[in-house]
Ligand binder design. Structure first.
Ligand code: NAI
Length: 699
């Protein structure tokens, strides 16, 4: 049973019991309706309390039912709320910990509400590209006022019950319980005290007005337009709350329903719901059960205090975990620590970090030049130069000193984690932890699973990733792992576009208009064009047949590595990050084009975007096929959290499925016929070809 029924004296208590957050799945909804029925026919019962077991009143819809028939099956939430409103005996919601989404809408349908302090109140549907769909937009303004309600609905952010409870005139809570512990007893007493009240109060009967409605809603629309230009839902929140002030309750409910259903079909909502599910799914590894024992991580060691080592250390300090950094020279340590301090001090200056917190974090940080000092660390992360020989020496020393059971991780971005593991006598304890720069800011962590990495090491690293607030995605061992392996194909295609007639600015603009945080050339300038140069030099040996545009090499031959050298695809002014189109670079591209004998042509933004995004998609399909990623959602998470792919498009694999894989393959066939592109490049991955032929999607 996911809703329990018990009678205490004259009060029937219906307790939602669907862990972890009492989601309103079909069985729970049915349980509520059954409980109401029983209470109403039991002469000994004179009032009813609905509450939640464990750590929530209710978190709303049951995500396990998302997209299944069960989510729509009767009794749906609207019907449950109707049953509550129609109960002849008073129904009291006893709210604690979490009352969100459908959970709050359920409470708003009750005759009375009593809340414990500390209860998070929210209507977060907007975060999934939706509006509340079970009366939230119509009932909430009636109890906390139009402006407060719209604020909650548009932001989706939670507010604590005691804050709302303290507002004079609010009608959301009829009573505040003295404490969370007192809620059950207070709710029983309250339910008894209202047992004889008739007629029973209903939120739907309360007035809903704004004295300057037209002006206020116009203002709200302007605000929302600026904040959420790529998302339709926030503006619809305004429309729905306005409807609550202008229409009769029943008409407002119909309006809300219509808007909700229309939003369900928007690509933006589909992308946001995909992201929501993919994020949760990413933490689950198919062959590593969730009850796999985890190792305890109480202290961390970091090898190398450079760009990455410093940022990686900050993640753990921020989470309250002590870090010891090792370097070969005192100067390198000093430089690294100074950078960490500079980063924290900038946060303090901006008011984002309190002085005492800064001091606490720095107190957790220590340094050493001696491997023996690291021996007790539970996890060590190596971030030294990207050379296998250097990694070998580091891992041999770690193997010699680290205690048994310590996890040995490498932040390598290109090297073979299995080779690194083989430098030790404990390859089962070795794993890749690939952070992205700046490591203290970027959300993505690629967890690289070596051939011998043990399951408990993986489970532990995924858990620690969560603790340091990263989105962790598991990748198998291959060149570039998931993210960089795909970006290489994207960069190759960007090069062909230059050869054919584009300027870097045109390509960047098209890609940024599509929604990427940054186009490929601005990104190259930020990351350093020399990184790709090194990879291409390696490729020239390994894969001499692979076609590349030579423009990027020519750029590097000019020493234009990007922002760090003050010049790359663009020019930069000292101390500024603004990308200024470079005449010199554009000339270089033109000359190279002449050498190739290509007559430039005007390439549409649509073609630019398709060629770049489908390059990602095709490599993503290979990655799935090779088992480097276990699901397409993982690939999307990598691109959404690490590469600035537009959130409202849901990641490359989701986007391709939205476009239709058949259409993707058709476009690829067209591109393959372009003599200035590369026919081999556009050969669809077998998985992509198969899914397209079967009319299927990736997910
Ligand atoms: P970096 O050059 O800024 O820092 C490397 C640090 O390691 C230097 O401070 C150096 O003194 C120290 N070091 C070198 N050999 C050492 C040894 N034997 N023992 C102890 N310390 C030693 O390099 P960065 O950018 O921090 O890269 C480090 C690792 O992270 C590389 O494997 C790189 O591929 C990887 N990585 C880099 C990213 C980036 O965007 N920079 C992104 C993701 C991974």
């Amino acid at each position: 049973m996911t809703a329990e029924y018990k009678v205490h004296g004259s009060v029937a208590v219906i307790t939602l019991a669907n862990p972890p957050v009492n989601g309103l799945g079909l069985a729970t909804r049915q349980g509520i309706v059954d409980g109401l029925g029983r209470a109403n026919v039991d002469a000994a019962v004179s009032s009813i309390v609905i509450t939640g077991a464990g750590g929530a009143f209710s978190g709303g819809a049951d995500i396990k039912e998302f997209g299944t028939d069960k989510s729509l099956q009767e009794p749906n939430l609207l019907s449950v709320i109707a049953a509550i409103e129609n109960s002849a005996k008073p129904v009291v919601a006893a709210m604690h910990t979490v009352a969100m989404g459908g959970g709050l809408e359920l409470a708003l349908g009750c005759h009375y509400r009593i809340a414990a302090p500390g209860c998070s109140i929210a209507l977060p549907e907007v975060k999934l590209g939706l509006i509340p769909g079970a009366g939230g937009t119509q009932r909430l303004p009636r109890v906390i006022g139009v402006e407060a309600a719209l604020n909650l609905i548009v932001s989706g952010e939670p507010v604590k019950s005691e804050m709302i409870g303290a507002v004079p005139g609010q009608k959301l809570f009829d009573k505040m319980a003295a404490s969370a512990e007192a809620l059950a007893a207070d709710a029983l007493a309250f339910a008894q005290s209202v047992a004889d009240v008739r007629p029973l109060p209903l939120v739907r009967n309360l007035p809903c007005k704004h004295p300057e409605g037209d002006a206020y809603f116009q203002f709200a629309r302007n605000m929302v337009k600026g904040m959420a230009k790529n998302y339709p839902a926030p503006a619809k929140c305004v429309d729905a709350v306005e409807a609550a002030t202008k229409r009769k309750f029943a008409d407002g409910m119909l309006f809300e329903r219509e808007v909700f259903i229309n939003l369900m079909w928007t690509p933006e909502s589909r992308a946001l719901r995909h992201l929501f599910m993919a994020e949760r799914a990413a933490s689950k590894i198919p062959d590593v059960p969730s009850d796999t024992p985890k190792r305890e991580i109480k202290s961390v060691a970091v090898i190398g205090a450079g760009t990455m080592g410093g940022g990686i250390s900050m993640n753990f300090l921020n989470a309250g975990i002590p870090v010891k950094i090792l370097e070969t020279k005192q100067e390198a340590l000093d430089r690294g620590i100074a950078t960490i301090k500079k980063n924290y001090e900038a946060q303090v200056k901006k008011g984002k970090l309190k002085e005492d917190k800064y001091a606490q974090r720095m107190a957790l940080l220590s340094t050493t030049l001696d491997y023996a000092d690291l021996k007790d660390a539970d996890l060590v992360i190596e971030a030294v130069f990207e050379e296998l020989g250097v990694k070998e020496s580091v891992f041999k020393q770690l193997d010699a000193v680290m205690k048994p059971g310590a996890i040995l991780a490498s932040n390598t971005s290109t090297l073979d984690v299995d080779k690194i593991a083989a430098f030790t006598k404990r390859p089962e304890d070795v794993v890749g932890m690939h952070f992205f720069s700046p490591a203290n800011v970027m959300k993505l962590l690629e967890v690289v699973r070596g051939a011998k990495t043990s399951k408990d090491v993986l489970a532990t690293v995924m858990a620690i990733g969560k603790k340091i607030k990263k989105t962790s995605v598991v990748s198998g061992v291959c060149d570039g792992f998931i993210g960089n392996r795909m970006i290489e194909q994207y960069s190759r295609q960007a090069g062909f576009l230059l050869d054919e007639g584009c300027t870097p600015q045109q390509v960047d603009k098209a890609v940024e208009k599509f929604g990427f945080a940054m186009g490929p050339f601005r990104m190259g300038d930020l990351a350093g064009n020399d990184i790709g140069w090194a990879i291409r030099k390696r490729r020239a040996v390994e894969r001499a047949d692979m076609k590349y545009s030579r423009t990027a090499d020519k750029l590097c031959e000019l020493g234009r590595f990007g922002q760090k050298t003050g010049a790359g695809w663009y020019d930069y002014q000292a101390g500024k990050r603004d990308a200024i189109p470079s005449e010199l670079v554009n000339k270089m591209i033109e000359e190279h084009r002449k050498e190739l004998g290509i007559t430039p042509r005007k390439i549409s933004d649509e073609e630019i975007v398709q060629r770049l995004v489908f390059a990602l998609v095709n490599e993503g399909a290979h990655i799935l096929e090779d088992g480097i990623a276990s699901k397409s959602g993982d690939i999307d998470m990598v691109y959404l959290t690490g590469y600035g792919f537009p959130i409202y498009r849901g990641g490359p694999m989701h986007y391709a499925s939205e476009v239709g894989l058949f259409n993707v393959v058709q476009a690829m066939d067209r591109f393959a016929k372009n003599p200035n592109d590369d026919a081999a490049f556009w050969k669809p991955a077998p998985l992509l070809a198969k899914l397209a032929a079967e009319g299927k999607a990736f997910a």
